[in-house]
Design a protein around this ligand. Sequence first.
Ligand SMILES: Nc1ncnc2c1ncn2[C@@H]1O[C@H](COP(=O)(O)OP(=O)(O)OP(=O)(O)O)[C@@H](O)[C@H]1O
Ligand SMILES: [Mg+2]
Length: 356
Amino acid sequence: MRNPFKFGTIVENEFFTDRTQELQYIVRVMESENHLILINPRRFGKTSLVVKAAKQMERPYLLLNLQNVITTQDLASKLLKEIFKLYTWEKIKHLMTHFRIVPTISTNPVTSGIDVSFQPTSDSNVLLEDAMALIEKVSTPERRLIVILDEFQEIMQIAKGLDKQLRTIMQMQQGLSYILLGSQESMMTEIFERKKSPFYHFGTLMHLNKIPYQDFLDYLNERFSPVIGEKSETVAKEILLLTNCHPYYTQQLASQVWELAKYEEIKDNLVNEAVVRITSNHDLDFERLWVKFNRMDKQVLQALCRGENPLQNRQLATSTIYSAIKRLMRMGYIIRTEKYEIEDPFLKRWINDKQL
Ligand SMILES: Nc1ncnc2c1ncn2[C@@H]1O[C@H](COP(=O)(O)OP(=O)(O)OP(=O)(O)O)[C@@H](O)[C@H]1O
Ligand SMILES: [Mg+2]
């Protein structure tokens, strides 16, 4: 019997739970002429969700993570590479006659994938325009292409003015759908909500919540039953209390609990034992992290650990606390759901244990 929980990579099939309404919503947007912008904290399940939606629609999709893109030229060649994965050379070669700079295309014997390269001196704007034009050409009304650009906020780091250039091209394109994903909420909001931004109101904005409690409880319970038996539900509830239904951390903790129950036959304090193991595995990382926080950051994190609202601290100026919260949110250590909370329940536990 293999571990029924999975964390860290895209989840599909039996590892994916709930999100039925969100899936329906994405499908509706993709069937329309509109584009979708999905903004969320890290590891809420963005990529898994949109990949599932694309597969469900049986439409071709291209997924590119902009975190892995270094320059405009790199963006052009990575887009082409993805197109070559989706369509046969026979199908696209006649669509490439418009290319002003012909790329060198070769098969990589190691990865058996396709490599695309350009002369280093090529004008990168031309390369990008040509690649984007090809994207539009390969899409057909029967099989409309979905282009998923993950970690889209990185667009601002790749090259100056790239946002404007891309927007100019994208707004002229027809017959394909874009899904733009991002995990840095402040930057994504800046890109799509600031009036002067080229991407202002480019598409339908969507925020993903955590997975609903009851669904996650059933999901955990069902998978624990064969190894834990009648205590499954209690264990599942303990897990959700700690992770507050965060998709990634719930799966991580559930996975560890399952391992302990199955292979070490631990019966009592299962969840606590699992938390101790995970937290101690990260001890060094947390230590390194902690020393980097400034005094105000530490105070905010400690208040959150105690379950307090840091903004209610009367000894400190609200504006100072607020800017610390904003900074910690930008870096991803704090997320805002119904309230502010520490993103990582294991970091929270570590801070609590150290009583720093
Ligand atoms: N629908 C789901 N059901 C169960 N677990 C899920 C679901 N969606 C996500 N997860 C859990 O969260 C993890 C992260 O999912 P995914 O990589 O799709 O999120 P993401 O928001 O794209 O993350 P990142 O910010 O790292 O790009 C998965 O590996 C899985 O453990
Ligand atoms: Mg992702």
